[in-house]
Design a protein around this ligand. Structure first.
Ligand code: MRU
Length: 350
């Protein structure tokens, strides 16, 4: 029953979260899900930046590939409109700063920008190759992660998972990280149920993770963020599995705000807390979680919902988009290449 190779997992029919259409990008507009599945073209760097900032495209791996494709777009525009390499570099510098916490954005931009002197074809072909590479990476991660999760739980054939935010296909090109593991367990018949935190303020859990789980046919329940610790304390789940936006050199993990309390609750309850992320999310240049730039977003995302003000007019809000979970609370970090038992003192680099 258990998958032993990534080839045993069938493909997903959904359009890719992000794709290349010859001379521009195409993205699923995630702000419209689950109501509408709409593809939007992104034809300028400003449109790509706007899509990243508004979370039309979101999730660290998808952001990273978008960064690479954005460099290709800048190079295509420069060829068409007669701009020089300095123009491309200036456009791409703006793109690289669109969202600060997910290290994948800088990773994707820098990787493709390094090919700029090799010509347009080299730039575009590397950026386009990152699409398939992301899928292959996360399929490998999913198989490795599912195997490891089975080893952590009481009944490997009836696994109950809690997840936070959306670390699914929508957060990547096609295959998810945390939700990729969930999918691999489901395909093998080893998944009993998933609890999805709703993930205030933008509801990536209730809107996006629940949408993906529904399409997969996975039994799931959405819970308010404040319920996560109680779901864990009541013994309703065997393992917490989340994604990551940046993992510092010491193993500290930045992920969607609300992740850290789940790690605390998991430790208290004695269940495993697993982080699933590609190697591109590791940031050896950031020493520890305290050095990670945490994105602060518009207070109105907290105070207003679809035009309806929730708080009194005089109230303000603090809208930190991410938190940091210390490495010693992370039972295992799973990448496409390895499992690192951070809570046992294993290090990322040797
Ligand atoms: O603000 P978002 O929606 O981009 O935040 C996404 C997350 O925090 C995800 O958990 C993380 O990027 C991992 S996605 C595989």
């Amino acid at each position: 029953m258990n998958p032993t190779t990534s080839g045993s997992i069938p493909p997903i029919a959904t359009p890719r979260t992000i794709d290349w259409a010859g001379d521009h990008l195409v993205a699923i507009d995630q702000t419209l899900l689950p109501d509408e599945l709409v593809l939007v073209p992104l034809r300028t760097i400003d449109e790509v930046i706007d899509a990243l900032r508004r979370l039309v495209v979101r999730g660290a791996p998808a952001i990273g590939v978008t960064g690479g494709l954005g460099v290709a777009l800048a190079a295509v525009i420069a060829r068409r409109d007669g701009h020089d390499a300095a123009w491309v570099r200036a456009e791409v510098a703006k793109l690289r700063a669109a969202r600060p916490t997910a290290v994948n954005l800088a990773w994707g931009v820098d990787r493709v920008l390094a090919r700029l002197d090799d010509g347009l074809d080299a730039v575009v072909s590397l950026a386009v190759a990152m699409l398939d590479e992301d899928v292959a990476t996360n399929r490998a991660l999913a198989v490795r992660g599912a195997e490891h999760v089975r080893s952590l739980v009481p009944d490997p054939h009836r696994v109950r998972v809690l997840t936070h935010c959306n670390a699914g296909g929508l957060a990547c090109v096609e295959w998810g990280t945390a939700l990729g593991i969930v999918r691999a367990l489901h395909e093998a018949g080893d998944l009993q149920e998933v609890f999805a935190d709703e993930t205030r303020p933008l509801l990536q859990g209730a809107r996006l993770t629940a949408w993906e789980l529904s399409r997969m046919g996975v039994s799931h329940r959405v819970v308010v963020d404040g319920a996560g610790a109680t779901v864990i304390a009541r013994g309703l789940v065997d393992v917490v599995i989340v994604g990551a936006d940046r993992i510092a050199a010491d193993g500290d993990v930045a992920n969607k705000i609300g992740t850290y309390p789940l790690a605390l609750a998991a430790a208290r309850a004695g269940i495993s807390f697993v982080v699933a992320a590609p190697e591109s999310t590791l940031d050896p240049l950031t020493a520890s979680g305290a050095d990670i730039h945490i994105e602060a977003r518009d207070p109105d995302e907290v105070l207003v919902w679809r035009g309806q003000r929730l708080a009194p007019p005089a109230s303000s809000a603090l809208n930190l988009a991410f938190d940091v979970t210390p490495a010693d609370l992370v039972t295992a970090l799973v990448t496409e290449a390895r499992v690192v038992r951070l809570a046992d003192g294993e290090r990322l680099n040797g």
